[in-house]
Design a protein around this ligand. Structure first.
Ligand SMILES: Cc1cc2nc3c(=O)[nH]c(=O)nc-3n(C[C@H](O)[C@H](O)[C@H](O)COP(=O)(O)OP(=O)(O)OC[C@H]3O[C@@H](n4cnc5c(N)ncnc54)[C@H](O)[C@@H]3O)c2cc1C
Ligand SMILES: NC(=O)c1ccc[n+]([C@@H]2O[C@H](COP(=O)([O-])OP(=O)(O)OC[C@H]3O[C@@H](n4cnc5c(N)ncnc54)[C@H](O)[C@@H]3O)[C@@H](O)[C@H]2O)c1
Length: 494
């Protein structure tokens, strides 16, 4: 019998913590979950849910503006921003009530405790409640799932202006007239579209030469072109020199191509990455190793301490809800059942930026494949050839698949366009289960579904593998008398 009070303590109740605690309890471990704030974490309260709800409201506004393209009348949407934000708030609460409430986890037998946890020694944590009460608890095993918060760079003057981060953005009551965003990553890009559609003037400032630097440049260009058409302005390759408050306005001083410019807005969103929540955990007491403040884990999500695992944003490895859940599943299973072979499926990493058009990716990027010296073909298929895209007036888009020429083995895929986030799941299933381009091409997909676009894109594998000599061989073997098609363009789309 263990001398510890619990078999498992999960620290943090966000996407990773909730998943890990649920799995641990399900395996019969006496489990405690400690949460400093509200169960649900970043995703429910300050991340995915509010951002996607705000984006949806903004997309509806855009549809009203652009109704003419469906034969209806273009109209200027009447935007009551307070109501929009009330709706965002209601959706957060709905998700919390449905999936994150403490009672749901208490019903699984989990001891849910509110308070901030810090290690006292490798097997004991101290929990400090909001009221200042302290309690020490011991456990045989731990999973650290304390997430991350916004990283704010040291820009002169930033501390003296009222800037926003994802933690405060979804609490604002008034629509900014001019919103400046520092950072053109997923947060900056999604929010630039949300606010421009709702009527703000938006400028994105980034020190990099392009937005969404982890995504395929060809596809990012397509998305960025759309965002520019909708009114988003960009100051890229720009270094932010200082920030100043000028009455109600905020001035951002930038240097670009050797010249100095001042951008002015009534709101400033800082979206420049994330910083792991490890400062208060006292990880030294547990002997857990970190790098740049992030908990170091191996592919089984184990730290350098055999009984302590970590999952999600606190590890700094991926910073997506689905990856936090994937890691939590591995961490909890490995911690409880030790010998089950499970590891992070890096090759299957996927993500979606939920703009309109969406931008999605799974598996290896073209750049990664080139760097690894891998031989592969790129199969492109434009949305303009997908009948459903035509009927829906959503022809801006491109499917790009990276696969082996002969076997058709899929190594990665990137899609920009409507429902790209759904497309990408088909490629994720294919990569995981070894379904080749031919396998997708030969699978019946209903007409005229979006999914049929995935099949048609896979048909390109047949097209690219056809050649003049193969047709000539067929003709000779069977005595056929037709013409040999023109194969001079290997990238022709059929
Ligand atoms: C604006 C925005 C939009 C996003 N959109 C998407 C998206 O569309 N899709 C996607 O996949 N990902 C998205 N993400 C990323 C996603 O939100 C995170 O990857 C995910 O929430 C991380 O989950 P986590 O459990 O690791 O951390 P968190 O959700 O941050 O949970 C950590 C929890 O630990 C608690 N905690 C911290 N320290 C302690 C302590 N000492 N003791 C006790 N508790 C503690 C915190 O209060 C928190 O509740 C978005 C993020 C942002 C900011
Ligand atoms: N749809 C999604 O899945 C989704 C949506 C939002 C956020 N997220 C997650 O949240 C994480 C954080 O998002 P993010 O957009 O804050 O971070 P990010 O790290 O992806 O992008 C930050 C951007 O800010 C720029 N930057 C950094 N410091 C700067 C400075 N001083 N001046 C000018 N530019 C600067 C960088 O060049 C980069 O382009 C993402 O990595 C992602 O994993 C996911």
């Amino acid at each position: 019998m263990s001398s510890y009070e619990f078999d498992m303590i999960v620290i943090g109740g966000g996407s990773a913590g909730l998943t890990a605690a649920g799995i641990a309890a399900n395996f019969g471990a006496k489990t405690m979950m400690v949460e400093a704030d509200r169960l649900g974490g970043d995703c429910t309260w300050t991340g995915c849910i509010p951002s996607k709800t705000l984006l949806k409201a903004s997309k509806v506004a855009r549809q009203i503006k652009d109704a003419g393209k469906y034969g209806l009348v273009d109209n200027e949407p009447e935007i009551n921003f307070k109501k929009v934000m009330k709706h965002v708030d209601e959706v957060k609460k709905e998700v919390y009530e449905d999936a994150d409430r403490p009672e749901i986890f208490e019903d699984m037998g989990i001891d849910v405790v509110h308070g901030k946890a810090a290690f006292l020694d490798p097997h004991t944590i101290e929990i400090q409640t909001k009221e200042g009460k302290r309690r020490a608890v011991s456990s045989k095993k731990f999973i650290i799932a304390t997430g991350a918060k916004s990283f704010v760079p040291e820009i002169p003057g930033l501390d003296s202006v009222d800037y926003l981060t994802n933690e405060s953005l979804f609490e604002i009551e008034n629509l900014p007239e001019k919103l400046l965003i520092i950072g053109g990553g997923p947060i900056g890009t999604e929010m630039s579209q949300a606010f421009v559609n709702l009527g703000s003037e938006v400028t994105v400032i980034d020190m990099a030469s392009r937005i969404l630097s982890k995504d395929d440049p060809e596809l990012v260009d397509i998305l960025q072109q759309k965002l520019k058409e909708q009114g988003v302005k960009y100051a890229l390759d720009a270094s932010v020199e200082k920030v100043e408050q000028d009455g109600k306005n905020i001035q951002v001083h930038i240097k670009k191509e050797g010249e100095h410019f001042v951008l002015e807005g009534d709101a400033l969103l800082v979206a420049t990455g994330r910083k792991a929540n490890t400062a208060v955990l006292n990880l030294e007491a547990a002997g857990v190793a970190t790098q740049n403040g992030q908990v170091i884990v191996n592919d089984s999500c184990r730290t350098n301490q055999k009984h302590i695992y970590a999952a999600g944003d606190v590890t700094g490895r991926y910073q997506f809800t689905h990856m936090s859940e994937h890691m939590a599943k591995i961490a909890a299973t490995k911690a409880i059942l030790k010998f089950i072979p499970m590891k992070i499926e890096d090759d299957m990493l996927s993500w979606v930026t939920y703009t309109e058009p969406e931008l999605a990716h799974v598996g290896k990027t073209e750049q990664q494949l080139k760097e690894a010296g891998e031989k592969f073909e790129v199969y492109r298929f434009p949305y303009s050839k997908i009948d459903r895209a035509v009927t829906e007036g959503e022809t801006t888009g491109l499917v790009k698949i990276f696969a082996k020429k002969l076997s058709g083995k899929i190594l990665g895929a990137s899609v920009v366009g409507a429902h790209a986030g759904e497309f990408i799941s088909e490629y994720a299933v294919a990569i995981k289960n070894g379904v080749s381009m031919r396998g997708i091409a030969d699978t019946i997909h209903p007409y005229p579904s979006w999914g049929l676009g995935a099949r048609r894109a896979a048909d390109q594998w047949y097209i690219k593998n056809q050649s003049e000599w193969s047709v000539k061989l067929i003709k000779t073997l069977f005595g056929y008398r037709g013409e040999v098609p023109d194969f001079s363009d290997p990238d022709r789309v059929v």
